[in-house]
Design a protein around this ligand. Structure first.
Ligand SMILES: Nc1ncnc2c1ncn2[C@@H]1O[C@H](COP(=O)(O)OP(=O)(O)OP(=O)(O)O)[C@@H](O)[C@H]1O
Length: 217
C-alpha cells in the first residue's frame, strides 16, 4: 500500500531529515514508527499524506506517486486518509459534534442527515457519546485525543496515520488510545503510528520501524 523508494527529504535551510529511506507497508498492516525527537517520524507521516514532498526518491501510495500529484488530486486522495496530528488541529471554538462533522462537510458526499449519523457513530466509537456539545477546551488531553481520532475516522479511511497520539497522556490513557487504534486495524484499516515510547508498542507484536537521524536502524 505504501512504498518509500530511496527517499531523501531536505527541508528549506538545508536540514536533511530523511536519508535514502526505503521500506514498504502492506495493506491492512498496523505498524509503528519509533525514534527520538527529530529522528524523522513526522516527516515520514507527512510524506505519506502528501503534506510535504520528497526531495529525492519516490513515495508511493497504492499506485500514486505522491510527489507527482496535483493539489486537487492530493485533496481527493486525502479523503481516504485519516490523520491524527501531533498538535490536534481541533477547532476550539466549535463543539465535539461540529469538529467531527467538518471532514464530512468538506467532502460534500453526504446529506446532513447521513453526516450526522456518521459523526455520532464515530463519537460513540471513541467513547465520547454524551460529549457532543462540549467544547474541546473543557475536555481532558485524553478526551481531546479521542476527538481527534473520531474526526480522523469519520470518513472511514482506508489508511489511518497518527503522529505521537499518546504523547502527553499518562500510561493508562495512552494504552486506551492504542487499543482504539488496534480496533480500527482489526476492522481492516491500515494503521501507521509514530511514538517515541517503545514500551507502548511492545505488547502488540506489530512491526516497528526504528529511525535514528533520518535513517532506519
Ligand atoms: N518544516 C521544517 N523545516 C525545517 N526543518 C524541519 C521542518 N520539519 C522538521 N524539520 C527538522 O527535520 C528533522 C526531523 O523532524 P521530524 O519532525 O520528522 O522528527 P520527529 O521524529 O517526528 O520528531 P518529534 O517526535 O519531535 O516530532 C528535525 O531535525 C526537525 O528539526
Amino acid at each position: 500500500m505504501i512504498r518509500f523508494e530511496q527517499v531523501t527529504k531536505v527541508y528549506p535551510g538545508g536540514h536533511e531529515a530523511l536519508k535514502n529511506l526505503s521500506f514498504k507497508i502492506d495493506k491492512g498492516e498496523m505498524i509503528f514508527l519509533a525514534g527520538h525527537s527529530g529522528a524523522g517520524k513526522s516527516t515520514i507521516l507527512k510524506l505519506i499524506a502528501g503534506i510535504t514532498k520528497p526531495s529525492d526518491g519516490a513515495v508511493w501510495l497504492n499506485q500514486h506517486n505522491m510527489g507527482d500529484l496535483s493539489d486537487n488530486h492530493l485533496g481527493f486522495l486525502r479523503q481516504h486518509i485519516g490523520i491524527v496530528f501531533q498538535d490536534h488541529k481541533l477547532l476550539f471554538d466549535r463543539n465535539v459534534l461540529a469538529n467531527v462533522l467538518l471532514p464530512l462537510q468538506i467532502s460534500g458526499k453526504y446529506s446532513h442527515k447521513d453526516a450526522l449519523k456518521r459523526a455520532h457513530m464515530a463519537i460513540e466509537k471513541v467513547g465520547l457519546a454524551g460529549k457532543e456539545k462540549a467544547l474541546p477546551v473543557t475536555m481532558s488531553g485524553g478526551e481531546q485525543q479521542r476527538l481527534c481520532i473520531a474526526r480522523a475516522v469519520v470518513n472511514q479511511p482506508t489508511l489511518l496515520i497518527a503522529d505521537e497520539p499518546s504523547a502527553n497522556l499518562d500510561r493508562a490513557y495512552a494504552l486506551d488510545i492504542m487499543e482504539l487504534f488496534r480496533s480500527f486495524h482489526q476492522a481492516g484499516t491500515t494503521v501507521v503510528i509514530s511514538a517515541h515510547d517503545e514500551s507502548l508498542m511492545a505488547d502488540y507484536g506489530h512491526r516497528i520501524l526504528r529511525l535514528q537521524q533520518g535513517r532506519l536502524i
